[in-house]
Each structure stands twice: as structure tokens, then as C-alpha cells.
Write a protein that binds this ligand. Structure first.
Ligand code: SAH
Ligand code: SF4
Length: 375
């Protein structure tokens, strides 16, 4: 790539406000932003010459100073259950993963926010990969763009396949706050993807100061990755709990929900079940007590194994027992079915190729090898 190309402004990740400011800086009218936004996100166009309602002179000017650049797709896999996974190359020698999960009328896209993750939850493949960097807003929204394009959704009268987005791919979205907010706003923008705020979900392991700020800038749905009913166990599974313990996290999440304009909203509590770790009846009882006054629906996720992990999936019996205890206490409890297992696209299995800056991946591999030698 030439120097001139790298200096161009990439319009793909610009929110309406930023795109409007960009056109104003060129001395152009504000409405150009909406025109171009529609070309990019509703027609999938990445070449200014195709923007036929924009004057030729402006198209030429745009081609000189700007570009619409999505990262390269390295691979695309389809599971026998309809799940589709993309491996997407990002600058800096790493690759991230994005997954599409169809379910009846609903099609959910699981989007990544970072290359790897710095938080190192003990049961998560992404955490084990270490961390490289935040994704740009362009790289985040590009995942939606790439998925929609691959389904023909951005063509006139194309099918509407991506109906929901969950920020549950690689990374902790609240640690990449501004870029994630910009990208989510584009997902919900009528002149872009037009997905309703109820159908865009941010999932967090609990970065409380960032969660406290979230309601100032957005009102997407919220999922909290809890995984344990007490601090002692959660400290072990989700290390950020040592900094922001459960009570603090639930208070912050409650405040977020209370500020939502829609009074009936609930947060989702995600609870990954691992055999003999957090799946016992007393854990369910404790969880029910903890969440007694919190507006929640609970999503139980059977642990998905991956290479180098010591945990095991919950048994069906323990899963049903756990769910029943919560149902009996009046909670809404769903169980996330495992999808895309045959293409390693299940929750928590997304690893991508992280050019790790933390050397964590190396330490894990060495530790695992040592165990194998000793064992
Ligand atoms: N960092 C954010 C979002 C990405 S993780 C968060 O932690 O919420 C998305 C979800 O997958 C989280 O609930 C996470 O706990 C869960 N998860 C991680 N590893 C898993 C595994 N091996 N099996 C099942 N779920 C897993
Ligand atoms: Fe990061 Fe979420 Fe994985 Fe924890 S579960 S390591 S926060 S991606």
C-alpha cells in the first residue's frame, strides 16, 4: 500500500455525526453524509464512482481524500446447523472471528470488539490468546458489513438475515468504549442497518466505571457475564471481579437499566456452567438470592471446551437441576444451545490469531506442556 493510500480517511467506521463533520470540513452540505452512509451500509458500495446521486466532481474529490476499506476475509466456514464463521485479517498480523447464528426468524451476529482480551477469564479461549489491541470502529462495523454482504442483504430487496447483534465475540467491549459505541450507533442508525436497540446487546464481564458512563451515550440491551454467585468463586473465574466485585457490578447494571426509557427492560445475566465448579444446587440457590431484586432474565451457557482448558461441560442433569431451581423461584431462565460446534464457532471458542503483546498465550502453552510432561 502506498503512503498516499494510508493517509486517506476511512469512511466505513464514521458515525453520522463524524461523517457530517467530515463533509463540512470539505465545504460540502450536511445531507451528503446521509447519502454516502446509505451507499456504504445499505448498498454495500465501497467505490465512490458507483454513488450515482453524488456529483462527479465530489466523487472524484472523495476518491482523493477518502476510502471505504473493510478488512480482508481470510476464511469463511459454514456449520451443518447454519452457523457461519468468518476469520478476518486486521492490521498488525492478527485475525479476529465473527459468527452468524440463525434461529428461526432471528439471525444473530456475534461481533468482536478487540484483538484478544486482556481480562483473562479462566474459562475463555479468547482470554488465553492474550491481547493485541482494540479494534477500530471501522473494523467493528465491518463485521456487520461483511456478514450482510455475504448474505446478499445489502442488495436491493436482499434478504434480511442479520436481525440481532451481540457484542459477544472476542474482547471486552467496555474496554474499547468509544469505538464500540460508534459502531453500535451505526448498527442502530436508520440510514445504516436500522437494527432496534432491543436487538443490539453489549455483553460485559464488569468494567464498572465504563458501565457507569454507558447510559450517557447509548441505550442498547445489556448482558452481564456473571458466572458465579459469590465473590470468592467469581474472583477465580473472572479476575476483574477483584477490582469491581459483584455488588458494585450489579448496582451499576441496575442504574443502567433504570435509565432506559423503556420501563420493562431487563438485563441478561450470563452464567457459563462448568462441571463441579459453579453448577451445584447451592450455587443456584445463592444466585437466586443474589438476583432477587434485580430485573433479570438468566441465560445459562453450557461451557464449551477448547484446547488448553481444564474445565468440563456441565452434565445435562446438573444443567436441568440448576435451571429448575431458578424457575421455581420465578426467574425467566433460558439455556443457550451450543451452535457451530463443528467449526469451533461456539461461545467462548473464538480464538482468531492474536499476535499477543502480553506473552500470556505463550505462558499458557508452556504451562499446559509442563502439565503434560509431569502428568
Ligand atoms: N468480554 C465480554 C464479551 C465476550 S465473551 C464478556 O465477557 O461478557 C461472551 C460470552 O461468552 C461471555 O458471557 C463469556 O463469559 C462466554 N464464554 C466465554 N468462554 C466461554 C466458554 N468456554 N464456554 C461458554 N461460554 C463462554
Ligand atoms: Fe475477555 Fe469476555 Fe473472554 Fe473474559 S469472557 S476473557 S472478558 S472475552
Amino acid at each position: 500500500m502506498t503512503q498516499a493510500q494510508t493517509e486517506k480517511v476511512n469512511l466505513l467506521g464514521l458515525s453520522v455525526e463524524k461523517l457530517t463533520a467530515f463533509f463540512e470540513s470539505l465545504g460540502e452540505k450536511r445531507f451528503r453524509a446521509v447519502q454516502v452512509l446509505k451507499w456504504i451500509h445499505q448498498s454495500g458500495v465501497d467505490d465512490f464512482s458507483q454513488m450515482t446521486n453524488v456529483s462527479k466532481a465530489l466523487r472524484e474529490k472523495l476518491a482523493e481524500v477518502a476510502e471505504i476499506r473493510a478488512p480482508e476475509v481470510l476464511g469463511q466456514w459454514d456449520s451443518s446447523d447454519g452457523t457461519r464463521k468468518w476469520l478476518i485479517k486486521v492490521d498488525g498480523g492478527s485475525a479476529i472471528e465473527t459468527v452468524y447464528i440463525p434461529d428461526g426468524e432471528r439471525g444473530t451476529l456475534c461481533v468482536s470488539s478487540q484483538v484478544g482480551c486482556s481480562l483473562d477469564c479462566s474459562f475463555c479461549a479468547t482470554g488465553k490468546q492474550g491481547f493485541n489491541r482494540d479494534l477500530t470502529a471501522a473494523e467493528i462495523i465491518a463485521q456487520v458489513w461483511i456478514a450482510c454482504k455475504s448474505f446478499g442483504q445489502l442488495e436491493p430487496r436482499g434478504p434480511r438475515k442479520v436481525t440481532n447483534v451481540v457484542m459477544m465475540g472476542m474482547g471486552e467491549p467496555l474496554l474499547n468504549f468509544d469505538n464500540v459505541v460508534d459502531a453500535m450507533n451505526l448498527m442502530m442508525e436508520d440510514n445504516a442497518y436500522g437494527i432496534s436497540k432491543r436487538r443490539v446487546t453489549l455483553s460485559t464481564s464488569g468494567v464498572v466505571p465504563a458501565l457507569d458512563k454507558l447510559a450517557d451515550v447509548t441505550d442498547v440491551s445489556l448482558a452481564i457475564s456473571l458466572h458465579a454467585p459469590n465473590d470468592e468463586l467469581r474472583n477465580e473465574l473472572v479476575p476483574i471481579n477483584r477490582k469491581y466485585p459483584i455488588a458494585m457490578l450489579l448496582d451499576s447494571a441496575k442504574r443502567y437499566i433504570e435509565r432506559m426509557p423503556d420501563t420493562h427492560r431487563k438485563m441478561t445475566i450470563e452464567y457459563t456452567l462448568m462441571r463441579e465448579v459453579n453448577d451445584r444446587p447451592e450455587h443456584a440457590e445463592q444466585l437466586a438470592e443474589l438476583l432477587r431484586d434485580v430485573p433479570v432474565k438468566i441465560n445459562l451457557i453450557p461451557f464449551n471446551p477448547f484446547e488448553l482448558s481444564d474445565y468440563q461441560r456441565v452434565s445435562n442433569n446438573a444443567l436441568r437441576r440448576f435451571q429448575q431451581i431458578l424457575l421455581d423461584k420465578g426467574f425467566t431462565v433460558t439455556v443457550r444451545t451450543t451452535r457451530g460446534d463443528d467449526i469451533a464457532a461456539a461461545c467462548g471458542q473464538l480464538a482468531g490469531t492474536v499476535n499477543d503483546r502480553t506473552r500470556r498465550a505463550e505462558r499458557y502453552r508452556n504451562a499446559a506442556q509442563a502439565v503434560r510432561i509431569v502428568g
